[in-house]
Design a protein around this ligand. Structure first.
Ligand SMILES: [Zn+2]
Ligand SMILES: [Zn+2]
Length: 366
């Protein structure tokens, strides 16, 4: 049985008994705001290039269905409202939800903004400041394109440059390999891998229009339309793989660039790839962010406001076995039912020495 049909089966069975809500209550999901995360919102998935990164796109039709489902069960609020309530400690008396987007793709402006505006739904866009206004592919898109264009040749090239795909990762294909490399290598090492892959396999194709980042005038238009603009770093490294000076630079540069362009303070930050540890969290605090968002359920006990969980959605998140939007799968997903089976295995605590280096760097920018 495929993972999708298993998920759909569990969803259908649980929805009949409303057990998803019971499990939601037991896992604590219904006591905390539902914050959903998206990357790209596209016209249709069929119009996407075959080398585009999967699991990062939702069609505008499915996006609207997901929002309508959430809107019937939760009140949409801004991240500022969630943040204020978190700091005050006051409990929510009704289920609330917030919508966020990572990476600053241009298609969100074209396809998601009209859907949000028509429904009066607030949202937040986390942008990568160095990418804004350029015509380059983001690192993860470039890497995925190089791997997916000809996967057997890419495996041979990876072996030649000494980045041997772990057996399991190689078997699972380009997307798993991309995630593995981004999660375990520094930005400098990834740049080297890309350079070598382009040398051995030929350069990555030019960025298709659909994969381009926002321009600054679009960011300002989103801001004027009431979309909160948050930081997603300057160049999108996974911060847990970087040294403290680079982490601080990414956090400070990106915040300053957005504040300069929109003329308003930036309080919200999203960790690239959800990568955080205690040292990174303390650097985020020192850089002046009030709230930060992850991609798993783990919290930093000293900074719960800087490790706020989100739930990522894409086209296939909530489909039944026949590929149609499934309200029962959506219910299980938002209530954290699948979290019981899939857990984050990342190490979020760091040794005292790395923490001390980060804190010293934070004091220096103080
Ligand atoms: Zn990202
Ligand atoms: Zn985690």
């Amino acid at each position: 049985m495929s993972r999708a049909s298993l998920k759909a089966g569990v969803g259908a069975a649980l929805a009949v008994t409303a057990a998803d809500r019971l499990i939601g209550a037991l896992t604590g999901m219904r006591r905390v705001p539902l914050i959903v995360g998206y990357h790209r919102v596209v016209d249709t998935l069929a119009s996407e290039p075959p080398t585009a990164t999967p699991a990062m796109s939702v069609s505008v039709r499915t996006f609207a269905q997901q929002l309508d489902w959430i809107g019937r069960r939760y009140r949409f609020v801004t991240l500022d409202e969630i943040g204020a309530r978190l700091l005050s400690g006051e409990r929510w008396t009704e289920p609330v939800a917030a919508v966020t987007f990572d990476d600053g793709y241009r298609d969100v402006y074209h396809y998601a903004l009209p859907v949000l505006t028509r429904r009066g739904i607030p949202a937040t866009m986390f942008v990568i400041t160095d990418a804004i206004g350029t015509s380059s592919l983001l690192t993860h898109d470039r890497l995925h394109l190089l791997l997916a264009r000809d996967w057997p040749s890419a495996c041979r090239a990876l072996a030649r440059i000494g980045v041997l795909p772990a057996r399991g990762k190689a078997a699972r294909g380009p997307f798993a390999m991309m995630r593995f490399l981004l999660g375990t290598r520094s930005q400098r090492e990834i740049a080297h891998v890309i350079q070598m892959l382009e040398h051995l396999l030929g350069p990555a194709d030019a960025a298709p229009e659909s994969l381009l980042p926002l321009a600054w005038d679009m960011v300002r238009a989103l801001d004027r339309a009431g979309i909160t603009i948050g930081s997603h770093t300057h160049t999108h490294p996974v911060l847990t793989n970087e040294d403290h000076a680079h982490v601080v630079e990414e956090l400070v540069t990106s915040r300053a660039a957005i504040e300069r362009e929109i003329g308003a303070p930036v309080r919200h930050f999203a960790y690239p790839d959800g990568g955080f540890d205690t040292a990174v969290v303390s650097a985020v605090a020192a850089a002046g962010y009030g709230f930060a968002y992850t991609t798993c359920r783990h919290r930093d006990p000293d900074h719960p406001e800087l490790t706020i969980p989100r739930r990522f959605l894409w086209e296939n998140s909530c489909l039944d076995a026949r590929g149609r939007f499934s309200p029962s799968v959506m219910g299980c997903l938002t209530n954290g039912v699948y979290d019981l089976a899939v857990s984050c295995r990342r190490r979020h605590r760091v040794d005292a020495e790395r923490l001390e280096r980060h804190e010293a760097a934070a004091r220096a920018i103080g």
